[in-house]
Design a binder for this molecule. Structure first.
Ligand code: SF4
Length: 135
């Protein structure tokens, strides 16, 4: 190597692609923090996922919300309607924990609109009917 050539360090990180159920473990090679190449991806979508993962990673958040139906209370499974930035997960969980619903709801109903300003709604994953024994 000549005097003027600086060695560019490469770094390897592993990410698990969550785009499809195959969940490929992809080795991502970075040069100065920028994606240089990927290895182990099962299809082209893996590189796109890896690129997003090293810049603005996102996840779908799933949790439960308390629903009070008369005398009873139960837990309603909820999820974000689309992935949200990983950095917002903590605040989003706090907002979900503080949420209480009353009465009936239908699967797909918006439980929390625009959670943490992400532009994504939290929606109900099942229906609850006040008059039956769903709770
Ligand atoms: S790389 Fe392709 S095949 Fe592998 S998990 Fe991602 S989407 Fe699925």
């Amino acid at each position: 190597m000549s005097h003027n050539q600086k060695e560019i360090k490469t770094e390897e990180i592993k990410v698990c692609c969550t785009t499809c159920p195959k969940e490929c473990v992809i080795a991502v090679h970075l040069k100065k923090g920028i994606l240089d190449s990927v290895e182990g991806e099962g299809c082209k979508r893996g590189e796109k996922f890896a690129q997003k993962e090293i810049t603005t990673p996102e996840r779908t958040l799933t949790s439960t919300v308390v629903v009070e139906c008369g005398e009873k209370a139960c837990l309603l499974p909820v999820k974000t309607a689309a992935p949200i930035p990983k950095k917002d997960m903590g605040l989003a969980m706090d907002a979900i924990r503080k949420t209480k619903l009353t009465g009936s709801c239908l699967m797909g109903d918006v439980v929390i609109p625009n959670i943490c300003g992400t532009g994504v709604d939290v929606v109900a994953c099942r229906s609850i009917k006040e008059e039956n024994d769903a709770c």
